[in-house]
Design a protein around this ligand. Structure first.
Ligand SMILES: C[C@H](O)[C@@H](O)CC(=O)C(=O)O
Ligand SMILES: [Mg+2]
Length: 447
């Protein structure tokens, strides 16, 4: 790797008005504006590292500010220094002796660390001329392990466990890669069943998705009992009973209610119930799993590898839904992939958000090539929104992700989109504030 020095860190508050069409809506997040705290690492070689963390509109400015604070130590350092020991970089970014108090390893600071590390991985992969999945697959087990913080997970996954899994994963890797080249990676769609969509819209979107080759569908639940069942049966009428239907409650219920409602929804034969209760309630998920008889999935709001460790140790989940931005980037997700493989729990990444599909395809491909080496019960989420804003958007064919080939981590956004949707001064937001004649009080402070 030639020496590349980080000369500037730019941060953008990027917001897309998806709430206007109920895109992304669920029983709890009823008006999501898919947004991102977007980080650009400029270098003296002209290469740029682009990274983001996913937010939902208001509050993105808090993460932007956090990135500005925690990235001061990145400027002036070479890429070679940063990537020589990626766990040391992780510890440096998460371990600031005062910022750590705002976590640790959770909340706004952890989201900011994720954006910065996502940008570092993007720059690293670009400098090597590889997509991130290939950069990881070409690493030795020892190199992968050097990216991971084992301090709080070694009681569940030791360094030796990781080395053994990764060494085993080298066997047959080229055959698995050839399989992905031919077939792509299996996916499911959530874009047919957002909470704010009408019954007719759900019917139409299911028919369209079936014609495109989709076989796995996710529906948002968590409204009134009869509405959930009615909408569920509408989907079943369209997709039949052989195709897979998953339901997602987005943390809507307490444990007792979650057990009751999951049992009710069992008549839809869901392949999993997602986020039935608080993401922090590990024992609650275990009870719901034991007492409902339905497969339980969670992860999109689990803020670090330690939470995933406990979900796996408590046998609380059937499906591990990693998120590329909630935890601190590739570093933490490597640990989670390895723990899930050790506990025999399939990983089906969360991707309902801007840039998340572009990111998680790399993590699932690496999991198949080098970690679990299995596609059994594994599908990557796909949402059909905002991909037109990316330099190298995901490619989908008949319900499968095609292997990303461009060097980097795939979430670089087009300059015109950065300009148009930056908040609050991009054209989209200027137009809406002029149109509405109002600027939210918080934004006046921001301005
Ligand atoms: C607010 C987000 O769109 C959320 O509903 C996404 C989600 O839960 C999922 O994709 O799963
Ligand atoms: Mg979800």
């Amino acid at each position: 790797m030639h020496s590349t020095t980080i000369t500037q860190v730019r941060v953008i508050d990027l917001r897309f008005p998806t709430s206007r069409d109920h895109i992304g809506s669920d029983a709890v997040n009823v008006d999501p504006d898919y947004s991102a705290a977007y980080c650009i690492l400029e270098t003296d070689s002209g290469l740029e590292g682009h990274g983001l963390t996913f937010t939902l509109g208001r509050g993105t400015d808090l993460v932007v500010s956090a990135i500005q604070h925690i990235s001061t130590g990145i400027r002036g350092r070479t890429l070679e220094e940063l990537t020589r020991d990626l766990n040391a970089l992780y510890l440096n970014l998460t371990g600031d002796t005062q910022f750590r108090w705002l976590g640790p390893e959770k909340g706004v600071i952890h989201l900011a660390v994720s954006a910065v590390l996502n940008a570092v991985w993007d720059l690293y992969a670009k400098s090597e001329g590889k997509p991130v999945w290939a950069l990881l697959a070409d690493m030795t087990p020892a190199e992968i392990v050097r990216c991971i913080d084992f301090r709080y997970i070694s009681d569940a996954l030791s360094v030796e466990d990781a080395i053994e899994l990764l060494t085993r994963g080298k066997l047959g890797q080229s055959e698995r890669l050839a399989q992905l080249e031919r077939e792509g990676y299996p996916a499911y769609t959530t874009s047919v069943g957002w909470f704010g969509f009408s019954d007719d819209k759900i019917r139409t979107l299911c028919q369209q998705a079936l014609s495109e080759g989709w076989t796995h569908f996710k529906l948002k639940v968590g409204g009134a009992e009869q509405d959930d069942l009615r909408r569920g049966h509408i989907v079943r009428e369209q997709i039949g009973w052989t195709n897979k239907l998953m339901v997602d409650a987005n943390q809507r219920w307490g444990v007792e209610e979650a057990i009751r409602r999951t049992r009710l929804l069992a008549e839809l034969n869901p392949w999993w119930m997602e986020e039935p209760t608080s993401p922090d309630d590990i024992l609650g998920h275990a009870r719901i799993r034991q007492e409902s008889g339905v497969r339980i999935a969670t992860g999109e709001h689990c803020h670090n590898a330690v939470m995933f460790k406990q979900l796996l140790q408590a046998e609380a989940i059937d499906v591990c839904q990693i998120d590329s931005c909630r935890v601190a980037s590739v570093n933490e997700n490597l640990a989670i992939l390895l723990m899930a493989a050790k506990f025999g729990v399939p990983v089906c990444p969360h991707a309902g958000g801007v840039g998340l599909c572009e990111y998680v395809q790399h993590l699932s491909v690496f999991d198949f090539l080098s970690v679990s080496c299995s596609l059994e019960n594994r599908v990557i989420e796909y949402v059909d929104h905002l991909h037109e804003h990316f330099v190298a958007p995901v490619a989908i064919r008949r319900g499968h992700y095609l292997l990303p080939k461009a060097p980097g981590y795939s979430a670089q956004i087009l300059p015109a989109s950065l300009a148009e949707f930056s908040f609050p001064y991009g054209q989209t937001w200027q137009a809406s504030s002029e149109q509405n004649g109002k600027v939210d009080e918080v934004h006046i402070i921001h301005a």
